[in-house]
Design a protein around this ligand. Structure first.
Ligand code: ADP
Ligand code: ADP
Length: 226
């Protein structure tokens, strides 16, 4: 059984006057531990697709399942990382990492231990008590990724996590983030409009066509070892 399964998903946005069909006939199976990239032009519906997997929106037709169960709202199983890190500048790095734990009323001591362990493991151990404003853009995005990992999600949704960064930073950060996600054994779905980014990070690349978007091609990425 695939971990994530979308069956004939359709999503329309409605206004009082009209229905705009944004996604049509989306069929998608993702295995545990896979890293998938979804590429497509701006506005084709990539973020909308992630919102369905995260449970923030319901499909107009079709079904979205995670671990064989229909998604009915958000769950701690799914973590979300966005283009802008949204770190609070009146809290230090550690306390930014605990925001999710506070909202979900997780055990605070456990969350804190987890956060410190992740910072240490991924090279940010010395920054727990720094203000996010003292960090570079790339470091802030790594903190944002660690924040989603504190809740121990099985699945990570990454919505253009590199778009706000300069080119050089993107290259190193993409590598970094790929390594962290594989190291943690998470399933990841990366949405991007940058085809080379999509190819360099993923096991499989899916191409979305223009609206109403459907998945028009799927490519397996084969890397030569060594
Ligand atoms: P992408 O992530 O590929 O850039 P989006 O999923 O953000 O695309 O948007 C797909 C289309 O759906 C766009 O045309 C956008 O304007 C429209 N759209 C997105 N969110 C809404 C909404 N809440 N209400 C109406 N239309 C929306
Ligand atoms: P950006 O990604 O915004 O270009 P980087 O994340 O590459 O920035 O880091 C910017 C600066 O911060 C670098 O000069 C680097 O020396 C420093 N830096 C980054 N990560 C660490 C770290 N774990 N420990 C100490 N310094 C770091």
């Amino acid at each position: 059984m695939a971990q994530i399964e979308l069956r004939d998903v359709k999503l329309s946005y409605f206004t009082p006057k009209q229905e705009t069909e944004t996604l049509r006939d989306i069929r998608l199976s993702i295995e545990q531990g896979e890293f998938i990239s979804i590429v497509g032009p701006s506005g084709c519906g990539k973020s909308t697709l992630l919102s369905l997997i995260s449970g923030m929106q319901k499909p107009t037709a079709g079904t979205v399942e995670i671990d064989g169960k229909e998604v009915r709202g958000t769950s701690p199983k799914v973590g979300y990382m966005l283009q802008h890190d949204h770190l609070f500048e009146w809290r230090d790095v550690l306390n930014n990492l605990l925001v999710g734990a506070e909202i979900r009323r997780m055990n605070k001591r456990k969350a804190r231990e987890k956060a410190l362990e992740l910072l240490e493991r991924y090279g940010l151990g010395g920054f727990a008590y720094h203000n996010p404003m003292q960090l570079s853009g790339g470091m802030r995005q790594r903190v944002a990724l660690i924040r989603t990992l504190v809740a121990e999600p099985d699945i990570l949704l990454l919505d253009e996590p590199f778009s706000a960064l300069d080119y050089q930073t993107r290259l190193t950060l993409a590598d970094d983030i790929h390594r962290i996600i594989k190291d943690q054994g998470k399933t990841a779905i990366l949405v991007t409009h940058d085809i080379s980014e999509a190819i360099s990070m993923a096991d499989r690349v899916m191409v979305m066509s223009k609206r109403p978007a459907t998945i028009s091609a799927v490519y397996d990425i084969q890397f030569d070892e060594g």
